[in-house]
Design a protein. Structure first.
Lengths: 1187, 139
């Protein structure tokens, strides 16, 4: 699969490949190094900024969407390259991206000139070339066998500009070839390790690539195009991972990469991954050894390359693979670590000698001096490392809507380890891009005059103003985001800016990341921070904690780097190369043996429940997903049903059919039997299936209308408390009997009151206490409420809120009357049952000394000041925290935040997932505004407003929201002396702030004056508290596109599909026309509004109906028609859905449909009966400011 | 008679001082992570009512013995204690709620409150002691 992609046609791709190859070629001397460096260079060069990442993605054949972008970026890239080449080679600049670029550049330029030349150049550079060649030759053998035919084709492309890389290829191929050979071995081992399925996919393309490369290496006419393509595959793989995971993926990619490397022609790149993965790639050792043997010159090259690329490589490598099976990955990681070869020691020596001068380029930049220490290690690592780097860059590219321009993960490694924080800070200033960036984000915008304020595309999150090294290694904004990407120095400065300071986390989201197994997990001795990329190494033996500044010893075990199989390079360890890593924890991290996965389903079977028909849907979904439930052989499952009594089911293996045991004493619940209510899923699967098949029929004629939810939950607690696990509660009405019974508190007449809304808080502490008990026993409770009547969600939700569960609400669910809701329930269940889960988890958030967390938002129990207790953790929940600055941060230029999540995987392994985010500290108010992340700010404000509305009333909370805008804009006005006095001025970074706040005020959770049912309001509040940021952003401010006239202009080309990119429209009815069809994407629901006069071809080709009138009222999906329009529309839709875990409900809205009102209520810029339009809101804000 | 009133107040005051110290110790345990929020709150919530009673007793004693100055001094504290108890939202587990104590600086404000009360009770302690000695001498 991948092969075609590579070969493919995209010039950009070719470029990429070529570039990589070039590196390789340049490297020729460089060997692995060059190729590897290449990728690294991209990031490091920073020319691209956003562009480079894109290119990478494009490279990846997999990422369907990305390809389109790639070409452009790639061309840019090449352009950059050349210039660089002209310049001296700044190899040494470990930190700076530039040096690597130069290096490459030289390589590239020759390439561009003519492929043939490359070898020459390479010779010049590296005296050792001959040796290398030999090396390559060996490698070649493997590849050549594989793909001889491909080589020839590649020749043709060489002529093209893109092909420039091709000449290089030969060289490149060499490196790769060796790498591949090494990898091959590694790969086998790795595969054995069991990288996720993704990895397996990846390898195939690489192999093809490698084969191509090999031919080149042989000296056969190097096919530039092919070679280039071959290189791309790497990137592609990377991208694949990268799309979803961005940085984090790198890690896993690394693991996978080794495999891919083997195959892949991208010699350098491939090698790099191997290196990193070295752990996994024991086999790699053999390869490494060979590089080591190379003459010093070679090393020098490598070292240069390594300096450039090494960093990226580490990161990149991880990106390629999707992580599916953690355990497998873990094991792989473990293997890698375990494997050690002595190869490392020789390398360093060579490296040093190389440094001495074998390499001309090296001498170049001054930057080299500081890096020197680092450099040696790098060079030495390089051969292996490089490949990884290449891959790393690739991952970044994904164009998926949610992703911002994320920095490439891979790079920084080199600079990081050595420089102290202060050094890093000094490096910050050096960013040429930064000032411009700041200027742009600070550009004053007159909100009253700027009508079209919405950017045509989803804006990426702002990037922290860090040096490119740090930026590359920094945590993905999808995982970890701060409201201010520049942290103010003091609380006083923060107060001046009037912006909230907080973090938004999505720590357990699905991603691929490096998994590390080692006996000692290195942590700071005083604050227990995990070692991370932002610590500074004082020397080989000591590191300084970046949170508390304590100097710690580097343990002996940490000196050995399993990835590169080398000794004495603690800064090259994966922990120090990746800001997102996962450790396999030892027994020190367990209070008891890891629990098995235990699932209990508590089902309402009262008359109301049976009437709604949810049991059928549930039983069917569970039957379908029974094999997908995460777990191992110990997985246990149980069922409890209740109406006014509680029914248990004995599913003990050996019974001919399930036995129902009824407990009618709901005042004092007891368990009828102790051992057979929760049974091993494997052993009793037949009985479980029996039960699920018969359950819907068993209560079909029930007349019981009472609901004893409280006692049922108590029973569930008793049943689960010995083990812990997950309880899924399905409730369809108000709990009416037994402990925890509730009364209806809602007065329907007050639903649209503009005054304060009552009863947002719980009515009793029964559910809260129960939740805390559950939390203490590691039981998470997930609540599914399917009710058309008031069920007091405000009270019930407590049971999930404090036990770290999730809440699902399906208002007016009915299996027959409400097919859209039924469909959504079904799809949600599919995801819910199969999604990853972590048990008995705790999360700790640490931050640099001087900062402190004072408020937490999300579903969990705060056990101590910074420890969140999560009985269950799921990949779909987000968290937010608010922080204050307790001590001045004047003596530091960077602050870091670390979230460490310790959990038991469904396979019974104790794991620690660590995310580290690094941000700069600023002392100027303008810098604070420039770094403001308006989406994160709005999301945090929403959380704060919800807290406030529960504690002191809705109107209070609404006022506070408006004041937040007023205060912030007033602070900006007071600060800016150069701003015209009239109008409502906002910095460009915050220009969407008033719009988002207005949208917040119109949300179900916070609106007044519009009829809103209490349960729906409370559910919306729960969503705000527990959803990750990207989901909330879409909820608050949906994306509106016109899709009846989508063209291919600016479309993304992914794989073989074309994804049109219609511009975002403002949320106002003004943008709607009767002739059009508009898609509104609200995150968990999508509306397709079809205008009355919509073109008939659209109605016919996309919706499948002859004309507007014949479109049914409750249409909930788009048919798969074989027309161009339909394919384009569906491609666009599936691209939007790509990064989402839950499938949104879909409604086709006609003007006369009942869903019309819910569509129009999302047009937040328009005036409603009780709320301002956007322009009125701005005037209101202006008026408030002038008071 | 007067001496008896003050002796009683003194005993009551001692109890309140011990209670304040207990609050402070428990809260600082929580701050240092020696106990978890759940345990801390259930410990402290138990003593909310006794604290109200103790404070009310001292206030009433001063009222009946017509020591207006000391009464006025005690009244706001007693009123605050009662107010705090009555304004607890329905869904909360008491004045100290384990799910909220770590939020919005509640722990700090509880700590501050306990400190102020300790100071107040110490002041009262010396007033009572002085008044008691004075009363005994006068007898």
């Amino acid at each position: 699969m991948s092969a075609p992609g590579y070969t493919n046609p995209n010039p950009s791709v070719n470029n990429y490949g070529s570039s990589s190859t070039q590196n390789g070629g340049g490297a020729a001397s460089c060997q692995n190094g060059p190729g590897q460096t290449y990728p690294a260079m991209h990031p490091s060069s920073g020319y691209y900024n956003s562009a480079p990442p894109q290119t990478y993605p494009t490279m990846t054949g997999h990422g369907a969407a990305q390809t389109g972008k790639v070409p452009v970026s790639s061309t840019d890239y090449s352009g950059n390259y050349y210039p660089n080449s002209s310049g001296p080679s700044p190899h040494p600049a470990a930190p700076g991206t530039h040096p690597p670029a130069h290096h490459y550049a030289t390589a590239n330029s020759p390439v561009s000139g003519a492929p043939l030349q490359h070898p020459v150049q390479s010779y010049q550079q590296a005296t050792s070339y001959g040796v290398q060649a030999g090396y390559y030759g060996q490698q070649y053998n493997h590849p050549s066998q594989v793909h001889p035919p491909q080589q020839q084709p590649s020749l043709v492309p060489a002529s093209s500009g893109n092909n420039l890389g091709a000449p290089l290829y030969p060289i490149v191929s060499y490196p790769s070839a060796p790498g591949s050979s090494q990898y091959g071995t590694l790969r086998s081992s790795q595969t054995a390790a069991g990288p996720p399925p993704v990895s397996t996919v990846m390898p195939l393309p690489p192999t093809q690539n490698s084969s191509q490369q090999f031919p080149q290496g042989n000296g056969a006419t190097p096919t530039p195009a092919h070679a280039g393509y071959g290189a791309p595959p790497f990137s592609q793989t990377a991208t694949v991972n990268g799309q979803s995971n961005a940085v984090q993926q790198h890690y896993e990619q690394n693991l996978h990469n080794p495999m891919s490397h083997h195959y892949s022609g991208a010699p350098p790149g491939s090698e790099a991954p191997n290196m990193e993965r070295a752990p996994s790639g024991t086999p790699g050792t053999s390869v490494h050894s060979s590089p080591q043997h190379h003459p010093g010159l070679l090393y020098g090259d490598r070292r240069l390359n390594s300096a450039v690329s090494s960093v990226p490589g580490d990161h990149s490598s991880s990106s390629s693979d999707h992580e599916e099976e953690d355990e497998e990955d873990e094991e792989a990681g473990g293997d890698s670590s375990s494997t050690t070869t002595g190869s490392a020691s020789p390398v360093p020596n060579s490296y040093e000698s190389l440094e001495g001068g074998s390499y001309p380029d090296i001498s170049g930049p001054p930057a080299a001096v500081p890096t020197k220490q680092q450099a040696p290690p790098f060079g030495y690592n390089y051969p292996t490392m490089h490949p990884a780097y290449q891959q790393n860059p690739a991952p970044r590219p994904d164009p998926s809507p949610s992703h911002g321009g994320y920095s490439q993960p891979g790079y920084q490694p080199y600079s990081q380890p050595f420089p102290s924080l202060t050094e890093l800070s000094s490096a910050l200033g050096g960013l040429s891009g930064a000032p411009e960036l700041e200027m742009e984000t600070l550009r004053p915008v007159n909100l009253l005059q700027e009508r079209n304020i919405l950017p045509p595309k989803r804006t990426p999150p702002p990037e922290p103003n860090l040096s490119s090294d740090l930026r590359k290694v920094n945590c993905s904004p999808d995982t970890f985001r701060c409201t201010l990407t520049s942290i103010p120095q003091t609380q006083a400065l923060l107060n001046k800016a009037r912006l909230p300071l907080g973090l938004l986390l999505h720590p357990f989201r699905d991603l691929t990341l490096p998994v590390i197994t080692s006996n000692t997990i290195v942590r700071c001795r005083s604050c227990r921070t995990y070692i991370n990329p932002f610590v500074s190494f004082l020397d080989q033996r000591r590191w300084k904690c970046n949170l508390c500044y304590r100097v710690n010893d580097v343990p002996e075990e940490f000196m050995y780097n399993p990835v590169t199989r080398s000794y004495g390079e603690p800064h090259k360890r994966p922990e120090v190369q990746n800001s997102t890593v996962e450790f396999i924890a030892s027994s020190d991290y367990m209070l008891r043996p890891p629990q098995p996965a235990v699932y209990l389903f508590v089902l309402d079977v009262s008359h109301n429940a049976v009437e709604s028909g949810y049991l059928n849907v549930f039983c069917q979904s569970l039957l379908d997903s029974l094999d997908k439930l995460p777990g191992d052989t110990r997985t246990r499952i149980g069922f409890v049903t209740f109406d006014s009594t509680i029914h248990f089911y004995n599913l003990q293996e050996g019974l001919s059919q399930p036995q129902m045991l009824v407990v009618s004493d709901i005042e004092d619940v007891f368990l009828p039997t102790h051992d057979s209510l929760l049974v091993n899923l494997k052993e009793s699967k037949e009985l479980v299936k029996d039960l699920l098949n018969s359950l819907p029929g068993m209560f079909a004629h029930t007349r019981e209308t009472q609901s004893a939810l409280g006692p049922a939950l108590q029973a569930a607690y008793k049943l689960m408390s010995p083990t812990g696990g997950r309880v899924s509660v399905f409730q369809t009405q108000l709990a009416t009997v037994g402990a925890g019974h509730l009364q209806s508190r809602e007065d329907p007449n007050l639903r649209s009151s503009t005054k304060n809304v009552q009863h947002l808080g719980p009515a009793t502490d029964f559910y809260k206490k129960l939740a805390l008990d559950c939390s203490g026993q590691q039981i998470g409770v997930d609540l599914f409420l399917l009710s058309s009547l008031y069920s007091d969600l405000a009270t019930l939700a407590c049971v999930s809120k404090y036990s770290a569960g999730s809440v699902f609400y399906y208002p007016s669910f009915h299996h027959h009357h409400n097919p859209a809701q039924r469909q959504k329930f079904h799809k949600d269940l599919q995801r819910y049952l199969a999604r990853k889960i972590g048990f008995e988890a705790v999360m700790r958030i640490r931050c640099t000394k001087g900062l402190s967390i004072h408020t937490f938002h999300g579903n969990f129990f705060v056990r101590s000041t910074d420890l969140l207790s999560l009985a269950n953790v799921n990949p779909d929940s987000g968290f937010a925290v608010q922080m204050s600055i307790e001590e001045s941060l004047a003596d530091t230029s960077l602050v870091c935040f670390q979230a460490a999540l310790l959990y038991t995987s469904s396979k019974g392994k104790r794991r620690i997932r660590v995310h580290t985010l690094c941000l700069p500290v600023v002392s100027q108010l303008n810098d604070v505004f420039a770094g403001a992340d308006v989406q994160a700010i709005s999301c945090l404000l929403a959380n704060m407003a919800i807290d406030r509305s529960i504690s002191s009333g809705l109107s209070d909370a609404r006022d506070a929201l408006v004041n937040a805008v007023v205060d912030c804009l007033a602070a900006y006005r007071a600060n800016g002396s150069n701003i015209q006095p009239s109008g409502l001025i906002a910095p460009a970074a915050l220009r969407l702030f008033p719009l988002y706040v207005l949208a917040l005020l119109k949300q179900k959770a916070l609106r007044t004056g519009t009829s809103t049912r209490l349960d729906e309001r409370v559910f919306a509040m729960c969503e705000f508290k527990s959803q990750p940021l990207h989901q909330i952003t879409r909820m608050v401010h949906p994306d509106l596109y016109r899709i009846d006239n989508m063209t291919e202009q600016g479309a993304l080309h992914l794989n073989d599909s074309v994804i049109p990119q219609p511009p975002l429209l403002q949320l106002t009815a003004e943008k709607l026309t009767r002739e059009g069809a508009f898609l509104m994407d609200c995150g968990s629901v999508m509306y397709l509004w079809v205008g009355k006069c919509c073109h008939e071809t659209f109605v016919r080709d996309v919706l499948g109906y002859p004309n507007y009138a014949s479109i049914p009222v409750n249409m909930t999906e788009i048919p798969e028609l074989q027309t161009m329009y339909s394919e384009r529309t569906r491609a666009f839709l599936s691209w939007l859905l790509e990064s989402r875990t839950f499938t949104p409900a879909f409604h086709v809205v006609k003007d006369d449909a009942s869903v019309k009102s819910s569509f129009f209520q999302h047009l937040v810029e328009d005036r409603t009966e009780s709320a301002f339009s956007y322009y009125e809101f701005l005037l209101h804000v202006q008026q408030q400011m002038s008071k | 008679m007067e001496a008896a009133v003050f002796i009683l107040s003194l005993v009551d005051c001692c109890a309140l001082i011990f209670l304040s110290v207990y609050f402070i110790i428990t809260l600082s345990d929580l701050e240092c992570d020696y106990i978890n929020a759940r345990a801390c709150c259930s410990k402290l919530n138990k003593w909310i009512i006794p604290e109200i009673i103790g404070q009310a007793l001292a206030t009433v004693l001063m009222l009946v013995s017509m020591h207006w100055f000391v009464f006025i001094l005690n009244l706001p504290v007693a009123a605050w204690n009662i107010y705090r108890y009555t304004k607890v939202p329905m869904g909360n587990m008491g004045v100290y709620d384990p799910t909220e104590i770590h939020n919005r600086g509640q722990l700090k404000s509880h700590m501050k409150e306990a400190m102020i009360k300790l100071g107040f009770h110490l002041l009262c302690f010396f007033i009572y002691l002085y008044s008691m000695i004075l009363a005994l001498i006068n007898d």
